[in-house]
Design a protein around this ligand. Structure first.
Ligand code: PMP
Length: 357
């Protein structure tokens, strides 16, 4: 702590350092990375980009990536913003689009960065509780008389619950709040949801964020993007350009383009995670766990008689790391990333042993 710190800094808690431990041989199932590597074409493209080109600045517009993403999603390049991971894209969106006189509405159980960004950018949050079954209740996001949102944000599927809101329900929220930006954070949508990108041409208030960190197995490259009406994208570009006019480095652009162009690898590697997820859910249910329905590359599970923190600590002693959130309503749960089949088998065997002990 320093007397030079501003009030904002005093209120911040650094990212839990224990989530990225520097140890070998861990079964690491705590931060939702993809268990398979990225497409071999990504590695080739990055290698090819490491030559003399690194002497030169990258393209300040990342045009090649915007063009590849525009083709992939069937939108125009002006409808795409790219940044260093979706966390950066979200940070810019909070600043450029989600700060209004009225509050920003989001669920009580959701991505933990949203309240952090509210603190950083002095945004008034309004926390909307999830339903009893941990789903988002559309009715809670519809305006009631004079009571309406300044903006709305939620992940779909939600994190850490993994629960999906059907696209028609997402559209009801977007359509009912035409004066508010609705940001749908689709970090995990490729593992079982329909993307709201299909709706952006009908709704100028809808912004969708995506990441290369999960379904494209490129968390280390730091690439994320947003898709929406060109006017929303322009607001993000204005904020971004006032910091640093190079959205991504040369290696990130080259790798991300190659990933988007290798559709077959992408589909097959997501399908593999979905298959492993079904087996993991069945194995945990057989051990007595309740598992919420997941459309993500993680599952959220609780045991009826064992404490989530205690199980997490027992697993950690066996070099298996999963995520526990010390928060109201979800203290009993563990969030477990869907790893390889071999990693999931190790996890299930360890839990069987712990529960028997
Ligand atoms: N949104 C959600 C819901 C997430 O869980 C994450 C990953 N922690 C992110 C965004 C950010 O991912 P990245 O910055 O790696 O794109």
């Amino acid at each position: 702590m320093s007397r030079f710190w501003s009030a904002v800094v005093h209120g911040l808690t650094p990212y839990v350092p224990g989530e990225q431990p520097k140890l070998d041989n861990l079964v690491k199932l705590n931060t939702n990375e993809h268990p398979c590597g990225p497409s071999p074409k990504v590695l080739e493209a990055i290698r090819a980009a490491t030559g003399d080109g690194l002497r030169l600045y990258p393209d300040p517009n990342a045009d090649a990536l915007k063009a590849a993403l525009a083709r992939h999603h069937g939108v125009r390049p002006e409808q795409i913003f790219v940044g260093n991971g979706s966390d950066e894209v979200l940070a810019h969106a909070f600043m450029a689009l989600l700060k209004h006189e009225r509050a920003l509405w989001f669920p009580d159980i959701t991505y933990s960065f949203y309240p952090v960004y509210c603190g950083l950018y002095d945004i008034q949050p309004r926390i909307v509780p999830l339903a009893e079954d941990f789903s988002i209740r559309v009715e809670d996001y519809l305006p009631r008389g004079d009571e309406r949102a300044g903006a709305i944000i939620f992940p779909n599927p939600n994190a850490p619950t993994g629960r999906l809101l059907a696209l028609a329900e997402v559209e009801r929220i977007v359509a009912a709040n035409p004066e508010a930006v609705v940001l749908v954070d689709e970090a995990y949508v490729d593992f079982g949801g329909d993307s709201a990108i299909a709706l952006v041409d009908r709704h100028p208030n809808l912004l969708v964020t995506r990441t290369f960190s999960k379904s494209r197995a490129l968390a280390g490259l730091r690439v994320g993007y947003a898709v929406g009406d060109a006017a929303l994208i322009e607001a993000l570009e204005r904020v971004k350009n006032s910091f640093n006019s190079y959205p991504l480095d040369r290696l990130a652009i080259a790798g991300a383009v190659a990933s988007v162009e290798d559709e077959d690898y992408f589909r097959a590697s997501c399908a593999q995670v979905i298959e492993t997820r079904a087996r993991l859910v069945a194995d945990l249910q057989a051990l007595g766990f309740e598992v919420l329905p997941s459309a993500a590359n993680f599952i959220f599970a609780r045991h009826p008689t064992r404490d989530g923190a205690e199980l997490t600590a027992e697993l950690r002693r066996r070099a298996i790391i999963v995520r526990h959130f010390k928060a109201a309503r979800i203290d009993q749960f563990m969030r477990i990333t869907v790893g390889t089949d071999a990693q999931c088998a190790i996890l299930v065997a360890a839990l069987r042993e712990i529960l028997a002990g």
